[in-house]
Design a protein around this ligand. Structure first.
Ligand code: BDR
Ligand code: CA
Length: 312
């Protein structure tokens, strides 16, 4: 079976890290490169963290590109209070020795999509959509060459985690999100509606720790770190492990369910900036533009994660 080619666009982040490790552990996927974007922490740190994760996985050969250091039209809003100052707080890992690529992430995305046969590369954004939107704006011809975009972002029934109505990745760069959601792509969205059902628990964290490898230990330490913030915020028994849902969806569609609906991005209102207005009940005549995922088999998701991470 030939593997599916993906580019992971990311702002690591502990949950981004777990998503990247899941992809690198999975032979069904060929990761062509990691493209870093400013988000959870500034670009310098997300580009550094992406390389730390590659080295942890024994993949210093994987190209890592730095992309946009700020949203298209707005100041950068970061999330150190969730992810810590480094973005990967929870465990001390070595400063990466592998180099960052010279090429800009946006140029890498464009060049790769133009080089590979049409419909063979899937984009997996795990952070604000600045790099992807910039690539689509600079090279509109790539839109029809993308296989799928499967992203973590947005919220509807679960409303917001950064404002009362907006999820972090969309809130940081709503103008970029508007471009991506309006580009006529084959788009799958993993919003808070589903990721807030993918909660850590003492048993699930213990399963990561029991892997016993450097990867298992790091994942257990990371989940232990960001869990503290989320449990207090939501009053929930665990914390949502958001971004790996994107990779798990590629590996195991059967664990997830959702609806094809219209999703529009609010970019004007000060009150609801960055809201993903999903027409879940089909009450408008706006055409569907996304598969909006709403539910998952949470234990199946954690079993998949544990089984795959043990391979690294
Ligand atoms: C998203 O925001 C970030 O903090 C996480 O890495 C995830 O991508 C969840 O809202
Ligand atoms: Ca992220």
């Amino acid at each position: 079976m030939s593997s599916r080619k993906i580019i992971i666009d990311t702002d690591p982040g502990q949950d981004d890290a777990v998503a990247i490790l899941l992809a690198l552990a999975s032979p069904e996927l060929e990761v062509l490169g990691l493209t870093a974007v400013a988000g959870n922490v500034p670009l310098e740190l997300t580009a550094r963290n992406a390389r730390i994760i590659c080295e942890l996985a024994g993949r210093a050969d994987l190209p890592v590109y730095a992309g946009c250091d700020r949203p298209i039209k707005r100041d950068l809003f970061t999330a150190e209070k969730v992810h810590g100052k480094s973005g990967l707080d929870g465990i001390e890992l070595p400063v990466p020795a592998m180099a960052l690529q010279d090429q800009h992430a946006v140029d890498f995305i464009i060049e790769t999509l133009r080089r590979e046969p049409p419909g063979t590369v899937t984009l997996c954004p795990l952070g604000p959509l600045t790099n992807i939107a910039t690539a689509l704006t600079q090279a509109p011809d790539i839109a029809e060459r993308i296989d799928q975009v499967v992203l973590m972002g947005g919220a509807y029934f679960e409303v917001g985690n950064s404002t009362p109505t907006a999820e972090f990745n969309i809130y940081v760069d709503p103008d970029a999100a508007k471009i991506v959601f309006g580009a006529g792509l084959d788009l799958t969205v993993l919003p808070l509606d589903v990721t807030h059902k993918a909660l850590t628990s003492p048993e699930r964290n213990a399963a990561f720790a029991a892997i016993g490898t450097p990867v298992g230990k790091a994942v257990a330490a990371w989940t232990g770190f960001f869990e503290r913030f989320d449990k207090e915020k939501y009053g929930s028994p665990g914390a949502p492990l958001h971004d790996p849902c994107v990779i798990a969806y590629l590996l195991r569609h059967d664990l997830f369910s959702g609806r094809r609906v219209n999703v529009e991005i609010e970019t004007e209102s000060a009150l609801t900036l960055g809201m993903t207005v999903a027409d879940w009940w089909g009450v408008t005549d706006r055409p569907p533009n996304a598969l909006f995922i709403g539910d998952l088999n949470a234990q199946g998701y954690y079993d998949l994660l544990t089984e795959r991470l043990a391979r690294l």
